[in-house]
Design a protein around this ligand. Structure first.
Ligand SMILES: Cc1ncc(C[n+]2csc(CCOP(=O)(O)OP(=O)(O)O)c2C)c(N)n1
Length: 337
């Protein structure tokens, strides 16, 4: 891989202990949620498509903790971690996995289309790069209204090969929009390795060619992610225009539950697993004598209890009535659409 044009500047001052425990808790919650979803899927209790972000938790936890409540988030189909770290209620996320009417998207979206108005989580998106024009529009509206909100759009490395990426970054730079694009470069677009898809694999460099401030960041280190995100957000608030963060990360599992994962070398997966973002933060806290086995066990058991309650409530919830099938397909305001 070629070197990025700029590496992320030094991160903000070391986070307080409680704050770092919060980051750890978010990452463990994301991992446990997804592992539970994988089990439920294998047992055919939940259906549809399922793309897990196991291994990439530091990106969700590190970026989303830096955003304000008014900021907007646009996600991809690998959206569980983003929704959880944004604070979309866990029960409504689990209900969505089960396709229940109590789900955040009324059971109509499923895993790939989580949506929550209350937290300005404008949805996962099944179309590669499809979130970018949407995020651009929100950022443009904020800009024109003079709102101080930031829009954060998550994309994968595969999105950089799409025309929408180039059109959106060009316009964001041209119009100086308050847009933060976070690219989860997990090295693969489905079964295609980065080097087989991109003539230039330095994605931060490519974004910077549009005049967008762009840095490459160690996406396995939640503190590095957070430091870069905080600085980018400060700069956007200061009027510096759009920013692009290339998070260098890895997904430990296959692209989706249907993927036999035959395109990756076992040794490569094993090497990235030694950089597990959760183990990394645990190691850091332990080295400082800041994390005891008891505290870790308490966090894990509290999360397991929450998840089990969410599964039980979701399974007991109703599906949408068939009579409502055509609701929301045009407008809910009534009258002729
Ligand atoms: C416009 C478009 N083309 C093709 C697809 C099929 N597709 C689904 S996922 C995917 C790979 C995307 O990879 P990347 O953006 O790197 O995200 P990751 O899955 O690695 O998180 C492709 C090509 C799609 N959903 N949308």
């Amino acid at each position: 891989m070629t070197r990025a044009r700029r590496s992320a500047p030094a991160s903000a001052p070391a986070a307080a202990h409680d704050h770092r425990l919060g980051l750890l808790r978010t990452m463990i919650l994301v991992r446990r949620f997804e592992e539970r979803c994988a089990e439920l899927y294998s047992a055919t209790r939940i259906r549809g498509f399922l793309h897990l972000c196991v291994g990439e938790e530091a990106v969700a936890a590190g970026v989303l903790g830096c955003l304000g409540a008014d900021d907007t988030v646009v996600s991809t189909y690998r959206d569980h971690g983003h929704a959880i770290a944004r604070g979309v209620p866990l029960d409504s996320l689990m209900a969505e996995m089960f396709g229940r009417v109590t789900g955040c998207s009324r059971g109509r979206g499923g895993s790939m289309h989580l949506f929550d108005r209350a937290t300005n989580f404008l949805g996962g998106n099944a179309i590669v790069a499809g979130g970018l024009p949407l995020a651009l529009g929100v950022a443009l509206a904020d800009h024109l209204r003079g709102d101080r909100r930031i829009t954060t759009c998550f994309i994968g490395d595969g999105a950089v090969a799409e025309g929408e990426f180039h059109e959106s970054l060009n316009l964001a730079a041209l119009w100086h929009l308050p847009l933060l694009v976070v690219c989860e470069n997990n090295q693969y677009a489905m079964g295609t390795a980065l080097r087989h898809e991109h003539a230039r694999t330095d994605l931060a460099l490519r974004a910077s060619s549009y005049g967008v401030a762009a840095w490459a960041v160690d996406g396995m280190d939640v503190l590095a992610v957070e430091g870069a995100a905080r600085l980018a957000i400060e700069q956007i608030h200061g009027g510096a225009g759009p920013h692009f963060l290339e998070m260098r990360t890895y997904r430990f599992r296959a692209h989706s539950m249907y993927d036999p994962d035959r395109y990756r070398d076992k040794a490569e997966i094993a090497a990235w697993k030694t950089r597990d973002p959760i183990d990394h933060l645990i190691g850091l806290l332990r080295a400082e004598d800041r994390l005891t086995d008891d505290v870790l066990a308490r966090i894990e058991s509290e999360i397991d209890t929450l998840l089990e309650a969410a599964v039980t409530t979701a399974e007991a919830a109703p599906l949408e009535p068939v009579a409502d099938l055509t609701r929301f397909t045009t407008s809910e305001r009534g009258g002729t659409p």
